[in-house]
Design a protein around this ligand. Structure first.
Ligand SMILES: C[S@@+](CC[C@H](N)C(=O)[O-])C[C@H]1O[C@@H](n2cnc3c(N)ncnc32)[C@H](O)[C@@H]1O
Length: 475
């Protein structure tokens, strides 16, 4: 076996992070072949990406034979929902077992099954996402023949494992609003008629880059953002595009934006582009646990809001399990638009909450939302968490509870050290990556915090991702 070689594998087991595997024997003993996004019972073709002494990591190319557990669904298969054909109970069982195991493997918690509290299901299994990003490309994968065709106008998702090839989305994928996705084809046909080209990823030229959509479950409205380069901008008739979109989506369209971004990276972001509002408002309103949140296109907001309510309920229950919270200071670190902090501050008016996030726009949203919700016992700071804690050493020994919700990569070791130095009575650690949480949990244990328990929340059905919430109490 060599790196780059394409092999056929019968998947017999499932490991954390959506890694199906097969155990073989070679001249040196047992050898494990991992293939991402696969499940036991499948026969797949995969490309060897890394070859080590005792294992190889492969990228899935194609499922040659499905597992007998898989069921046909009326959705278009996309790379972002690799497990959609597997009944949800089976998905949950794989996630639960492999994630509990990761606390033993990466955190060294041998009593991981007694630490495990609860597996919380997503209230919605299909169409649960509130944000989706579709890509344009002149290189299209034909869904019938599998051929790669150039000089096309494709709008949909990238073919698994490629950054250049897009498959048209012709019908709903089961993750995002079905009524919107039924109409995506019409948007593509309209934009194709403008004769402006879709982006050509290898040549890094073209006009249309992405279409990003946010949905409010509260109002059922949509905020749509077209992202393009400036190449041929003068030829793009924005007024007609606006009229077309208003006619197509009617009252559901809350706002339409056009972002111009000449960044040639794979993803031209909305954040650092030039944004023009073509119609309606640049924000959308969502409700979480009785509070309203105005979200702009760029701010972080939980992608499965109905499940996020269950996550936040669990986190707040953990915070109140051992202690009665009153007249205390609580920190919401990595707070995003300040959702957890505001919900806590609203439920417990006698405490003071401090929220910190590095994204200035998210903190602006947080402040505006706190005002809208008439939550007064909360303060927000736009800063790096590590720098903030260095700047305000007076908080050491004064914090009762820290809600910690870092990004997927986890907390920088220096920042975690400063969090530990705060000497809070307890930490409720929320994570979208239990692997980094397990690592950080070990560090917390080594510094006097006892890992009491954790729950898993299925925020992302049909993917390998899972959210975790853990409780740590200072001895
Ligand atoms: C998983 S999100 C959590 C958001 C929020 N708690 C929620 O539930 O909506 C992680 C957040 O960490 C922020 N972030 C990333 N690095 C940071 C840093 N070094 N200091 C402060 N915030 C940071 C991001 O902007 C993002 O909003």
């Amino acid at each position: 076996m060599k790196r780059g070689e394409i092999i056929e594998v019968d998947i017999t087991g499932y490991a954390f992070g959506g890694k199906g595997f097969s155990k073989i024997e070679n001249e040196n003993g047992p050898y494990i072949i991992f293939v991402d996004n696969t499940i036991p019972g499948q026969k797949v073709s995969a490309r060897i990406a890394k070859k080590r002494k005792k294992h190889a990591e492969c990228k899935l190319i194609e499922v040659l034979t499905p597992s007998s557990d898989e069921k046909q669904l009326p959705y278009q298969p996309i790379s972002g929902a690799p497990y959609i054909s597997l009944p949800i109970e089976k998905q949950q069982a794989y996630k639960k077992e492999s994630t509990i195991d990761i606390y033993r493997k990466l955190g060294g918690f041998q009593n991981n099954t007694t630490l495990f509290d609860e597996f919380i299901e997503s209230p919605e299994i299909f169409d649960y996402r509130n944000k989706m990003e579709y890509s344009f490309s002149t290189i299209r994968k034909d869904l019938e023949t599998g051929e790669e065709l150039d000089d096309q106008f494709a709008l949909g998702f990238k073919t698994r494992g490629t950054w250049w090839k897009v498959e048209n989305l012709n019908k709903p994928d089961g993750l995002f609003d079905a009524a919107f996705e039924e109409k995506l084809k019409e948007v593509r046909l309209y934009l194709e008629k403008t004769e402006l080209p879709a982006w050509h990823p290898p040549q890094k030229k073209g006009f249309f880059r992405h279409l990003v959509v946010r949905k409010s479950f509260k109002s059922n409205q949509l905020l749509i953002n077209l992202v393009s380069s400036s190449q041929g901008l003068k030829l793009f008739d924005r007024a007609s595009f606006k009229e077309f979109m208003v006619n197509l989506f009617g009252d559901r369209l809350a706002g339409l934006q056009h972002t111009i971004n000449d960044d040639v990276a794979d993803r031209a972001k909305i954040e650092n582009g030039n944004n023009q509002l073509l119609y309606g408002t640049p924000t959308i309103l969502e409700e979480l646990k009785g509070l309203m949140f105005e979200i702009s296109m760029e701010s972080f907001f939980q992608t499965n809001p109905k499940s996020a309510e269950r996550l936040y309920t669990k986190a707040i229950d953990y915070a109140q399990e051992k202690f009665e919270l009153k007249d205390e200071i609580i920190m919401d670190l990595f707070c995003g638009t300040g959702t957890i902090g505001q919900i806590v501050a609203n439920e417990l008016p006698n405490i003071k909450v401090i929220g910190v996030d590095i994204v200035a726009e998210a903190i602006e949203d947080a402040k505006r939302n706190a005002k809208r919700n008439a939550v007064e016992n909360i303060e927000f700071y736009a800063a790096d968490v590590g720098k903030f804690l260095k700047q305000y050493p007076d908080y050491n020994n004064k914090i009762h509870t820290i809600f910690l919700d870092p990004p997927r990569a986890g907390i920088a070791p220096k920042t975690l050290k400063m969090v530990i130095e705060l000497n809070a009575k307890q930490i409720v650690y929320i994570s979208c990556n239990p692997a980094t949480q397990a690592r950080d949990a070990r560090e917390l244990e080594d510094h006097g915090y006892v890992f009491q328990k954790f729950s898993l929340v299925d925020q992302f059905p049909h993917t390998s991702h899972i959210e975790a919430v853990g409780l740590f109490i200072k001895e």
